[in-house]
Design a protein around this ligand. Sequence first.
Ligand code: 6PG
Length: 245
Amino acid sequence: MADRRFVVLDDAAALAAAAAEHIAGILERVGGRGAVCLTGGGTIGPVYRRLAQPDLAARLPLDRLDWFFGDERMVPADDPRSNAGQARATLLDPLGVPAARIHAIPTDDADPHTSSRRYAAELAGFYGSDRLDPARPLFDLVLLGLGSDGHVASLFPGRSALAERDRWAVGVDTAGLAPFVPRVTLTLPALASSRAMLFIVAGAEKRPVIAQLLAGADLPAARVRCAGPVLWLVDRAAAPDTLIE
Ligand code: 6PG
């Protein structure tokens, strides 16, 4: 992958601090209206909390940013498993982001496929077209976590969603890892339409999959492309020896 860089941080706290600093550094340079694609999972929570602290929050051009999501679990917005719920509680509400700027993936529909169509339409409305122009990325920054099976967003290994070339979002009936609820996920072409991408990965259970990725394994995380630089911030526990030496 072009322009892929790994940085290893000492521990989870240093990882959260470095990730939040990197996000603020990218977003403060956004010219005009900007779009951020947020992620879910346990690793990102401390990053959001750090980013919401006043010194970093003051650097964000909040009046020009719209916030989207790379995936969502089909649970109510106030369920602890909701990615949008977590982002609101830890980042968006503390920052005072108005509801109109928060583009949560709808979960009020029983069918994730219907939700994915609604979300794709919302993204296209924001973008002003339903065709992605390589010269004009959809997002300024995409945040991603990494599953221990190599998944990103809710693109699990071996699933047909990985092959999607046209739609920007798809429904996932059965998740590959917990929580085992249906999901909606952005597709590889939608995630790739970004000026920058940041992976944030922590914990020893992620070390084997990072080693596999470095060895060239064809996992979802290896298939994600980006129009701009891709930075992997990894804590020491997740870092294979080849990254530390
Ligand atoms: C989700 C995700 C998912 C997550 C990774 C890492 O909704 O589950 O967006 O892709 O980022 O599974 O999650 P952890 O940080 O909890 O390991």
